[in-house]
Unconditional design. Structure first.
Length: 143
């Protein structure tokens, strides 16, 4: 009987700890999403280099909302899915409208390619830094 009481006590203790850990994980994910969601993030640099766009070109930007993102690549509208858990971030099903703008197209193509490589993010000095494979891929400023 004593062994049964000890086993039952351990089971209850371990179950309570599991529930606590699950709750904390959900809070971290919600905190991360609320910290970067519903803000227009304007691209400042790509691959460590400042953007070089023709004069009068609207700056590329992204906005995350729930499980989706929208944006502008310099010529076309961008859209797709986004997954965020803690500091893990990924963009999926990345699409765009299909206009061709010769002066901006290489930059826009680089942005779409970069989004597919993102696996995490960090906030640093007011900038949203998109990270892939441990390397900073882009820096964006909230507006």
């Amino acid at each position: 009987m004593k062994n049964l009481t000890i086993a039952l006590s351990l089971f209850i203790l371990m179950s309570a700890n599991k529930c606590k850990n699950d709750t904390d994980g959900g809070t971290k994910s919600m905190d991360a999403m609320s910290s970067i969601a519903d803000t227009k993030w304007v691209l400042q640099s790509l691959g460590g280099n400042a953007l070089d766009l023709p004069e009068g070109t609207e700056q590329p930007w992204l906005k995350l909302a729930g499980e989706n993102f929208e944006g502008f690549g310099g010529c076309n509208s961008l859209m797709g899915g986004v997954a965020l858990a803690g500091d893990a971030l990924s963009f999926k099903s990345i699409g765009s409208t299909k206009k061709y703008c010769a002066d901006v197209q290489p930059t826009e193509d680089s942005i779409k390619s970069m989004l597919g490589k993102v696996d995490s993010f960090k906030m640093e000095d007011g900038l949203l830094k998109l990270i892939g494979g441990g390397t900073e891929l882009a820096a964006l400023k909230g507006m």
